[in-house]
Design a protein around this ligand. Sequence first.
Ligand code: GRF
Length: 189
Amino acid sequence: MRIVVLVSGTGSNLQSVIDAAATGELPVEIAAVGADRPGTAGIARSADAGLETFVVDFKDFATRGEWDAALLAAVQAYTPDYVVSSGFMRIVAPSFIDAFPGRYVNTHPALLPAFPGAHGVRDAMAYGVKVTGCTVHFADAGVDTGPIIAQTAVEVLDSDTEESLHERIKVAERTLLISVLKDLAAPFN
Ligand code: GRF
């Protein structure tokens, strides 16, 4: 199974996918890693791992539609079976979803449909929930919407800061993402 992973930032979850693919624990080929901005740690760590990388910088395009088309072309060039959004902080266009029907997977650091959006951890804490977690789902053109594949619950501790809670969620998120990718890869192996 060939995957393209999209990132916007640190890429620590991506690193766990890279490591699991390298050891053979996860039988996928990471065809490329792409980002929507230059200079991300996610792209740097992918290059360090010897992976193909690309950047479709949002700032390089005059219109949203041109960026959409460029992102789609960049991803399609690698003919992935699945596309994985791992901390990719952009909503893709309906044309992207149409190009990868049921084949675009996103991870989110909350138990969807609760707390979608860019601040899922902060919003869950602000609400005062005692349990939150992470979700891996098939993405559609909405904000963290689309059919849920798997979720893991994570307890919120009284002592938590947004950072400490997000770190614990990310530990669960990495295990969950790899487990989902293994299941998706099963028919290919
Ligand atoms: C993850 O929690 C992801 O769900 C969220 O941003 C975080 C990405 O972290 N959208 P990293 O870039 O993998 O370290």
